[in-house]
Design a protein around this ligand. Structure first.
Ligand SMILES: [Zn+2]
Length: 201
């Protein structure tokens, strides 16, 4: 990249820092932008600036929003007694897309990970406790996934809820065999959880 003219090199280097982009694809994108009409490139630049200027973090659920509180938190028709805890905002989007869940959310901002040094102080546990302390939530639904970190986070929350909010019911998304797959091809841990959380027919 050293031989590139300065402005092109700067853009290519910045793009190459984005996830999933190597130096070659970053340069290809930079060259594509160079060939675009000036207004179109300016539009892209402005929309990147707007990302930071027009979006904020919802003070109630910690999701990314252009209104504060966000549309979900300010919707009085949702079920006040249900709170769904997700690790990242895109999980909220996925659940919301199904249109089945009508409660509220809280975005934790990650998962506890002793190995990576992620502690409860770095996540939105204070928001969670404040929310539960209000007394409206009767069921806390954990939608954190099925990784080692998700398990660690779930057991931390279980302890916290049992100690501080014993009246709140704690549940989590069912885990088991994905639709369309066979028992014989299922990994041991998934099979163990499928058996543990088996359902009545
Ligand atoms: Zn919100």
């Amino acid at each position: 990249m050293e031989n590139l003219p300065e402005p092109l090199r700067v853009v290519a280097q910045e793009l190459a820092k984005l996830p999933g982009l190597g130096p070659k694809s970053a340069l290809r994108i930079a060259l594509t932008m160079l060939k675009m009409p000036k207004e179109k490139v300016s539009g892209i630049g402005q929309s990147v600036i707007d990302l930071r200027e027009k979006l904020c973090i919802c003070e109630q659920c910690a999701s990314i929003t252009d209104t504060c509180p966000c549309k979900i938190c300010s919707d009085p028709k949702r079920e006040h007694d249900k709170l769904c805890l997700v690790s990242e905002w895109d999980s909220l989007l996925a659940i919301e897309e199904m249109g089945l869940y009508r409660g509220y959310y809280l975005v934790l901002g990650g998962l506890l990970s002793p190995l990576d040094g992620v502690t409860p102080q770095q996540l939105e546990f204070q928001k969670l406790e404040e929310r539960l302390a209000k007394g409206e939530v009767k069921e806390l639904i954990l939608a954190l996934g099925a990784t080692v970190d998700a398990e660690a986070t779930a057991s931390f929350i279980k302890n916290m809820v049992e100690n501080k909010f014993p009246e709140v019911a704690l549940s989590r998304l069912a885990q088991g065999i994905p639709i369309g797959s066979e028992v014989k091809y299922t990994d041991k841990e998934t099979l163990r959880q499928s058996l543990e959380y088996r359902q009545k027919l």
